[in-house]
Design a protein around this ligand. Structure first.
Ligand SMILES: *[C@@H]1O[C@H](CO)[C@@H](O)[C@H](O)[C@H]1NC(C)=O
Ligand SMILES: *[C@@H]1O[C@H](CO)[C@@H](O)[C@H](O)[C@H]1NC(C)=O
Ligand SMILES: *[C@@H]1O[C@H](CO)[C@@H](O)[C@H](O)[C@H]1NC(C)=O
Ligand SMILES: *[C@@H]1O[C@H](CO)[C@@H](O)[C@H](O)[C@H]1NC(C)=O
Ligand SMILES: *[C@@H]1O[C@H](CO)[C@@H](O)[C@H](O)[C@H]1NC(C)=O
Ligand SMILES: *[C@@H]1O[C@H](CO)[C@@H](O)[C@H](O)[C@H]1NC(C)=O
Ligand SMILES: *[C@@H]1O[C@H](CO)[C@@H](O)[C@H](O)[C@H]1NC(C)=O
Ligand SMILES: *[C@@H]1O[C@H](CO)[C@@H](O)[C@H](O)[C@H]1NC(C)=O
Length: 894
């Protein structure tokens, strides 16, 4: 069976850090894998592959007939019939006993994956569209990327069709056309799921993709299509384009990838020029069903933009699917440089206004006196515990609290217990940003402002704060802006593809929300950056024409004309690693006006064992005058992707060093006549003296400049062999006991032989394991308890033995020579875990009934679990390329 792992986008506000180990008792009993139970996606040989078959329907009918012949109980959830893209079906199987991937005509079978809804990193909902206090124009995003210049020239995406796969759109919003169907901005689409779909129940489709219960898709739609004439002076990147809304999330819950594939094919069949998906989950591989379908659609010339993911805090090798699809454009987020915020006025003392992190003013019309919870401006855990009895009634005060140690909501609950309803939390050096405060009227202010207020309070000065309901809007120049948002997931993929591809503004973006949500709001995430690139693609197509040849080359054009992004605002710090910024910040004006065409955009050098050090690229002068070019090497920071002293990925922000590759170029200065093209050879040498056990990913750019233009080719390599990286966590890092392990009926680690009866619903074993790194193939087999096999992990000295026995000579190499009783589970292209015990920190596979993977019963007997994980780039036939682990003895007595 082919599978791959997806996990939800994770709501990142702070990096999770593991200090104390997690108790085993916290593990929920049962299987914990990101798959839907008993649901599978089957890809079938399409008509093109089968001679003598006339139609796709025949292919499906033949497949169903062969399942019926085998007495397989199944239900067809969806049928896919897009020859060249995907022909197959999503099935629910009543039993797996008689189902086999060897049924004639089956190309692959994958379990249905579960995706979380696209959670923004921070959201602030504006409450009143008619608010007198209108924030200033936030079109800094357009200026950063050249969109403003194209709009000024009247290029706004007219005639281009964009399909948005998301939560639907509130098309009643006046800036989104105010209606649905032909003649409106939102011209079409479909609701594939219905309001009540949550990822576990049956979708109830209808033809109306209206979203008035979620909002994410409406924000995405505004970034592409908001009409410009409005009090906010915001506009979509391609506001003349026609939008279709493919609604794939209900009002709450998840989506499964059979629905995503259905929507992708629907958008493709509807002839959308661009499809955009602000969703995904950690995957690490290019191979999942939805990644593959998205990639095939992109390869056909339809531009597909997909979010890179918001898992930056978990470090490298955690790229998101379906953004991992080889030919799609995976989009990273850049923090906006200007944020629409509000100023509060200080009374009782002469002082400058205080900027607070809200897009619209607090709805408070009286001046409030202040009350500081602590007079000490260095307090680390202000208001983290219940306030003393001596605390006065705080209901008439603006309460001042210092950030730190505990969640904001905990601080607010403690002050609310004393009657407080309004609070400023002042920063402690973590950075000025939006914070999650639930429904409390509280927000962040900067450290210096908080310290000033506390000093005035301590000195007994009767300071008051008021919140002007108009005129308080302030375009806050974010000194931390202009860099890649720290939440952007890092690549590369485990098979060393270049993800993300490109960056766009996604941090602190003002756009539309459903009218009943207040119509406007600021959100952050790669979800916001992705429609920005879709809008840019529309501008490109509207100028260059809709042919699939433009679609196929769009990513390269965007990559080669992008603007490089630094890793910090400190002079001398390196450029950000391409594993987080991709080829740089998109500049669509440059992409459209480029008269130097460079291809390809990515040079992938791979690891030391598969090193592709000799590369080439072409440079063409498509202008009307002779151009002289100069080529230079611009290295980016080398990402140290493993934590020293461990084999665990370094958490984000991933540390960078200034180590750089050496590059030899066949030519560094040349002249091209109009139309002339030349090929440049580039020979790379990895940086030396790096510790290969830290998996250093080096990267950078070859910059090609003429008098009027700068283009670049990006490169990326690994100064280590991926096969040397340990995959399975065999440490006690997370649980305080070494992994992997089997959990007994009571959820305790099994240490000696145990007989399981599989009665009373609970008496069964579960395998608990964590992956420090992705694996192309994970197998769980049942073996005889007396097997003569030396596992590579946690080898027990009490169980000495030879390597393994060779009872059967299968043609499958040494792996197949290990004698197993039968397979229990196989997971292909499985992601590594993160370090969050509540969300994908580990996996469990429960053996709830004594059956093999094919559903047949396991006879009474004395067995062990054999877990084997293939190392990245390893050969699946070679036992020595696997890490292996043997469980204690598992007796089956049924
Ligand atoms: C919106 O744009 C108009 C025209 O440029 C300008 O006069 C006005 O001040 C802008 N409004 C805001 C809130 O920035
Ligand atoms: C807002 O406050 C900041 C900080 O005091 C100040 O620099 C800025 O001029 C103020 N802007 C407005 C519009 O009040
Ligand atoms: C805020 O949320 C809390 C907890 O959900 C709830 O008890 C409270 O009533 C809410 N307050 C308002 C004003 O909505
Ligand atoms: C903080 O300062 C205020 C004003 O001077 C004073 O009333 C209060 O007692 C001080 N609090 C503490 C805990 O010292
Ligand atoms: C890197 O090398 C491995 C091993 O040959 C291969 O499977 C993988 O596809 C390569 N990656 C790229 C992007 O070519
Ligand atoms: C498991 O059951 C078998 C067969 O009934 C028995 O021989 C063995 O002693 C039992 N082992 C344990 C650990 O109870
Ligand atoms: C199921 O798998 C077991 C173990 O590999 C094997 O012995 C059995 O023949 C298989 N059953 C079917 C129906 O294929
Ligand atoms: C398995 O062993 C149990 C306990 O010895 C016995 O009661 C049961 O009949 C056996 N099952 C089979 C299928 O032999």
């Amino acid at each position: 069976m082919r599978t791959s792992s997806f996990r939800p986008f994770i709501h990142i506000v702070f990096a999770w850090c593991s200090l104390a180990s997690v108790p085993l008792s916290s593990i929920r009993k049962g299987t914990d894998l990101p798959f839907a139970a008993n649901k599978f996606i089957v890809e079938l040989d399409s008509v093109a592959d089968i001679t003598g078959k006339r139609s796709g329907v025949a292919v499906h009918e033949r497949f169903y007939a062969s399942l019926k012949e085998r007495a397989v109980g199944f239900q067809v959830d969806k049928e896919f019939d897009a020859p060249g893209i995907f022909v197959g079906a999503a099935l629910t199987l009543e039993d797996v006993i008689h189902f086999s991937s060897s049924v004639e005509g089956i190309k692959s079978v994958s379990p249905v994956q579960i995706f979380d809804r696209p959670a923004p990193v921070f959201s602030h909902v504006v409450t009143d569209i008619n608010d007198a206090a209108i924030p200033p124009d936030s079109q800094s995003t357009h200026i950063l990327t050249g969109v403003d210049k194209l709009h000024a020239a009247g290029i706004t995406g007219a005639g281009i069709k964009i399909g948005i796969l998301d939560t639907g759109i509130d098309y009643t919003h006046p800036l989104l056309g105010g209606g649905f169907g032909p003649g409106f901005k939102v011209v079409g689409g479909y609701d594939l799921v219905g309001d009540n779909f949550d990822g576990t129940n049956t979708p109830v489709p209808d033809s109306d993709p209206l979203d008035q219960c979620e909002g994410h898709g409406t924000h995405v739609a505004g970034i592409i299509g908001a009409d410009p004439i409005n009090a906010f002076n915001i506009s979509g990147v391609a506001y003349s384009s026609s939008i279709s809304a493919y609604r794939i999330f209900g009002c709450k819950g998840y989506v499964t990838d059979d629905v995503i594939i259905d929507a992708l094919i629907m958008g493709y069949n509807d002839g959308q020029d661009i499809l955009t998906l602000s969703l995904g989950g950690a995957a690490g591989w290019t191979e999942s069903s939805s990644s593959v379908v998205a990639s095939r659609i992109a390869a056909s010339g339809t531009i597909v933009t997909i979010a890179a993911g918001n898992d930056g805090s978990y470090g490298s090798w955690f790229s998101s699917g379906p953004g991992n699809g080889i030919d799609v454009i995976s989009v990273a987020s850049l923090d906006n440089t200007v944020i629409p915020l509000q100023n509060a006025t200080v009374g009782g003392v002469v002082h400058d206004p205080i900027t607070y992190f809200e897009t619209f003013p607090f709805p408070i019309t009286v001046a409030l006196p202040i009350y500081a919870i602590s007079n000490d401006t260095t307090v680390v855990d202000d208001a983290c515990s219940a306030l003393p009895d001596s605390t006065p009634d705080l209901s008439s005060f603006l309460v001042i609290v210092r950030r730190g140690t505990c969640p904001f909501t905990q601080k607010l609950a403690n002050i609310a217990a004393k009657g407080a309803t309004v609070a400023f939390i002042y920063d402690n050096g973590n950075g000025f940003a939006g914070i999650s405060v639930g429904n409390f009227t509280a927000t962040l202010i900067q450290a210096a402002d908080g310290e000033f207020l506390v000093s005035q309070f301590t000195a007994g000065v009767p300071v008051t704060i008021s919140f002007p309901q108009s005129g308080g809007a302030y375009s806050y120049p974010d000194s931390a802006g202009g860099l890649i948002s720290s939440f952007t997931s890092y690549g590369p993929t485990n098979d060393f593809f270049f993800k993300p591809a490109i960056s766009a503004p996604g941090g602190n973006i003002l756009s539309t929300l459903p009218v009943n949500f207040g119509s406007f709001g600021v959100l952050s995430g790669t979800s916001m950056a992705t429609p920005f690139v879709a809008g840019c693609a529309s501008l490109l197509l509207s100028v260059k024409g809709k042919g699939s040849s433009i679609g196929k080359t769009a990513r390269t054009l965007f990559e080669t004309t992008a603007t490089l992004v630094s890793s910090s605002h400190t002079d001398g710090d390196p450029w950000q690693t391409v594993t987080q910024q991709g080829a740089g910040l998109i500049n669509v004006y440059n992409a459209i006006h480029a008269t130097t065409i460079v291809s390809p955009g990515e040079l992938i050098l791979n690891d030391t064992a598969n090193f592709q050090g000799l590369q080439q690229f072409t440079v063409q002068n498509t202008g009307t005058s002779v151009k002289s070019y100069q080529l230079i090497h611009v290295p980016a920071g080398t990402a140290i992707t493993i934590r020293p002293g461990t084999f665990f990925p370094a958490l984000g922000p991933v540390p960078l060093t200034s180590d750089q590759a050496k590059v030899w170029l066949s030519r560094t200065k040349f002249t091209l006549r109009p139309g002339q093209k030349t090929t440049i050879l580039a020979s790379f040498t990895a940086p030396s003296e790096l510790d290969s056990s830290l998996l250093p990913v080096y990267s950078g750019f070859i910059q090609i400049s003429s008098d009027s233009e700068i283009a670049h080719v990006s490169y990326m390599g690994l100064a280590a062999s991926l096969k040397d990286q340990q995959v399975v966590d065999n440490t006690d890092f997370l649980f305080g006991v070494p992994l992997p392990l089997t959990l007994d009926a009571d959820g305790n680690a099994q240490t000696g032989p145990i007989n399981y009866t599989f009665t009373n619903g609970n008496d069964y074993p579960s395998l608990l394991f964590r992956l420090a790194f992705g694996t192309p193939l994970l197998r769980m087999d049942l073996v005889e308890s007396n097997i003569d096999f030396q596992p590579t992990l946690n080898a027990r000295t009490s169980d000495p033995g030879h390597f393994f026995t060779f009872p059967h000579m299968h043609n499958g190499g040494s792996f197949a020579r290990v004698k197993i009783v039968g397979p229990l589970a196989e997971l292909d292209f499985f992601s590594r875990n993160n370090e969050d015990p509540d969300n994908f920190g580990y996996n469990t596979i429960a053996m709830k009934s004594p059956v093999f993977a094919n559903g047949t019963a396991i006879p009474n007997g004395s067995y062990k679990f054999l877990l084997r994980a293939l190392k990245v780039t390893g050969d699946p036939k070679e036992e020595e390329d696997f890490e292996s682990w043997l469980s204690p003895t598992i007796g089956i007595v049924v």
